[in-house]
Design a protein around this ligand. Structure first.
Ligand code: MRU
Length: 345
């Protein structure tokens, strides 16, 4: 990849500001945890694994800057930071998973002391980043077999290097197949209202010189009807025990369309996206964002003043519409409940 989504710089966290892409490639220098939290909330950094990495680095930054020398006071202060991170966005479970990993290290402060705990927290955050990239590469290796020469692949939102520590999940599969020498065409849903497909996925694919065509979200059906799409590949923000999958709003509609046209619909996600504590997608908290994301375009009003709007950031695709889930531990087929349990350690 020609860019770094997020980087630990010792005294700060450098975040590629995704709100400015593709027009500008600018990095935010976050020097404290609250700035990292704001970057997550305002989607300067977004995508389930990426916000997990960001939250972990935010906690590591707070630990490094902490003036508290006593374990009790240090712990109390850092617990507040963990809470602040968990309050940023509710749907992607990777965020909570990463914060809980940091919390486990934090909880050992009485054993290791404040100084060592600071170092261990930084190490853990860097480990979460490294592991994520590694896991994405494995997802790519598993998933690339599903792509055939000449395929038309439809993807939604951005599940690429920008949405992760690096490489990507759904796009990671595409990169792995491409690197192997397979040639195919990617159709990119623009992904209203935040345009992650148009701004981010298209940007990644153009840089990698992978042939791609941008479409508006309402064009997917006609492409399927014309036989242009052989498979749909999307990422995930949270996968419940039965395989129901929360992902960017519009994913569900694509899954329904795929079923109608007999097109396989695949979800690519690391096992950190599995939430086996939830029985089904009904239990997944769905973030609702400011309606101005729908009524305005980059601050400019595009709807009549006073109109109501609805802006859920995610929807849930029922497991029955999902062909298989591509994870770093292999391709998970039905019955999801049994097979997901088996891979989640
Ligand atoms: O609101 P976003 O942009 O954070 O939503 C991101 C998605 O829905 C992605 O598809 C998902 O996080 C998978 S990223 C590998």
């Amino acid at each position: 990849m020609k860019f770094k989504t997020i980087e630990w710089k010792g005294d700060r966290v450098s975040i590629l500001d995704q709100r400015r892409l593709p027009q500008e490639v600018q990095y935010l220098n976050c020097r404290d945890a609250s700035t990292v939290a704001v970057a997550i909330r305002t989607m300067a950094i977004r995508g389930a694994p990426a916000i997990g990495v960001a939250a972990a680095m935010g906690i590591a930054l707070a630990a490094k800057r902490s003036k508290f020398n006593q374990p009790g006071a240090f712990l109390k202060n850092l617990e507040k930071v963990c809470h602040e991170m968990k309050e940023t966005r509710p749907t992607a479970v990777n965020l909570f998973w990463a914060v809980d990993r940091m919390k486990k290290i934090l909880d050992q402060v009485y054993t290791h002391g404040v100084g060592e705990t600071k170092e261990r927290l930084v190490k853990e955050a860097l480990q979460i980043l490294e592991e994520d990239i590694e896991v994405n590469r494995k997802i790519g290796m598993v998933g690339k077999k599903l792509i055939k020469e000449g395929d038309g692949i439809l993807t939604h939102c951005n599940a690429g290097a920008l949405a992760t520590g690096g490489y990507g999940t759904a796009l990671g599969v595409i990169y792995a197949a491409w690197d192997e020498g397979k040639r195919f065409h990617v159709f990119v849903d623009e992904t209203r209202p935040m345009l992650q497909g148009c701004r981010l996925t298209a940007w990644e694919l153009v840089q990698e010189k992978i042939p791609a065509t941008l479409i508006t979200d309402n064009m997917a059906g006609v492409l399927m009807m014309k036989g242009k799409i052989n498979l749909v590949l999307v990422g995930a923000d949270r996968i419940a025990r039965n395989g129901d999958t929360a992902n960017k709003i519009g994913t569900y509609s694509l899954a329904v369309l795929s079923k109608w046209h007999g097109i396989p619909f695949y979800v690519a996600a690391p096992t950190s996206t599995l939430d086996l504590t939830l029985a089904s997608g009904l239990d997944i908290p769905i973030e609702e964002r400011d309606i101005r994301e729908v009524t305005h375009f980059r601050g400019y009003p595009i709807a009549p003043k006073g109109v109501k709007a609805f802006n859920p950031a995610f929807d849930v695709t029922p497991h029955s519409l999902i062909h298989a889930i591509i994870t770093e531990k292999g391709l998970i087929r039905k019955p999801f409940e049994r097979n997901l349990k088996r891979i989640k350690t």
